[in-house]
Design a protein around this ligand. Structure first.
Ligand SMILES: [Zn+2]
Length: 384
């Protein structure tokens, strides 16, 4: 991965480059960026740059031996750790080392813009959430104790550091604080609040913001060959998330499925007298798996946003057409500045709790009742 392949993030790249130029690369760093911002891709590009044998102005060369090995994610001084879980191949005691082939495959397939959802799908583990185990911590320590094979720096990239469980991070605290010489540890994480404070305090924080819309638009034209209008449309919809942008282009099916489910759900919330139907909907939803539940909630966030655009008369920014547009027009009168914030908060909180293994059926039932109240209030207000 070279910096020039990164989507946007010019400021972060500049910061990384100057830390290198000024010889103050922290030995333990935390790249913090929400899904689709490219925090992992940046970590990889930085690692490649640091070890490149013929650095160019502002980027690695991409062609030296070291760069070639980085490109294949197979440099002997590059080590990956990431969440794993049992699957068909590894039936007990999972750890990163046992999944390195799969991880490299997944990196190649996703162009290093990786997501938890994509990773678990790649492993075919369905609903299971992974963890970074204390076994991994032992491997980190063992690998660190060896001298670099050939590169100036040994690099450890720990993806999804929020998945370091307590035992793992306790075992690694000293390492984070003081890794051996010529060793750089890059943790990447999506959610600061899920990181253990002991981990946070030992790493230099590099914030990776959402990708700006213009950069997304360029990347959509450049990497996915979209035309100008379509690129603009998708970029606006993707709120700074390259993975979402890519999904929107490649997986229109998912969007359609989310739309149908979300519309159905809201219809039940508008007619709570059909409680048995709503109840069945929630029970079914509880079975589809966390990632799909999150996708539905994220779709809901987007739909509410589109409604607000209608209400603010920014029709030119509304990115829905066909049935979705019809639905957003019907829903818009029930969304106002006051309840929009409330709905955003509820949907976001639900995503948060799903990630923390909340009981889905209870969660969706509770959320449905809150939405029923919100829409009831909006209707009453409308009549006055
Ligand atoms: Zn190079």
């Amino acid at each position: 991965m070279q910096f020039k392949q990164i989507i946007g993030q010019k400021k972060v790249i500049e910061r990384l480059l100057s830390s290198y130029r000024e010889n103050r690369v922290a030995h333990t760093q935390l790249f913090l960026g929400s899904e689709g911002t490219g925090a992992f891709a940046l970590a990889l590009a930085f690692a490649q740059y640091i070890n490149c044998e013929q650095k160019q102005e502002g980027d690695s060369c991409g062609i030296c031996l070291s760069c070639i090995k980085f490109k294949n994610f197979a440099h002997p001084d590059l080590h990956f750790f990431f969440p794993t879980t049992t699957n068909d191949k590894v039936k007990k005691d999972p750890k990163s080392e046992l999944f390195l082939d799969e991880f490299r495959e997944y990196l190649a397939k996703s162009d290093t813009y990786i997501t938890q959802r994509g990773w678990y799908e790649h492993l075919k583990v369905g609903n299971k959430q992974g963890s970074i185990f204390v076994r991994d911590a032992s491997d980190v320590i063992a690998k660190m104790s060896l001298k670099p094979y050939e590169a100036p720096y040994k690099i450890f990239i720990i993806w999804m550091a929020e998945k370091l469980n307590v035992a793992t991070s306790n075992k690694l605290l000293k390492t984070f604080e003081e890794p051996p010489e010529n060793t750089i540890i890059i943790l990447t994480a999506e959610r600061y609040e899920l990181l253990l404070p002991t981990v946070r305090s030992r790493a230099q924080l590099i914030k990776v913001p959402k990708i700006n819309t213009e950069d997304l638009e360029e990347a959509l034209k450049d990497k996915l060959q979209l035309g100008n209008d379509r690129a603009k449309e998708i970029a606006l919809l993707s709120s700074g998330n390259w993975n979402l942008a890519r999904d929107l282009v490649e997986n229109t099916e998912d969007v359609q499925a989310n739309f149908v489910a979300f519309r159905q759900w809201l219809r039940y919330c508008f007619k709570p007298e059909d409680y048995t139907k709503l109840n069945k909907f929630n029970t079914d939803l509880a079975r589809v798996g966390r990632e799909k539940q999150k996708a539905l909630l994220n779709y809901g966030l987007d739909m509410v946003h589109q409604c607000m655009l209608h209400n603010q008369n920014h029709r030119e920014l509304v990115m829905k057409d066909g049935e979705e547009l019809d639905f957003s027009l019907k829903l818009a009168p029930y969304i106002n500045t006051h309840n929009q914030e409330e709905i955003y908060r509820l949907l976001n909180e639900a995503v948060y709790h799903i990630e923390r293994n909340a009981h889905p059926s209870i969660l969706f039932t509770d959320l449905s009742f809150k939405l029923i109240d919100i829409f009831r209030a909006a209707r009453t207000k409308g009549k006055k």
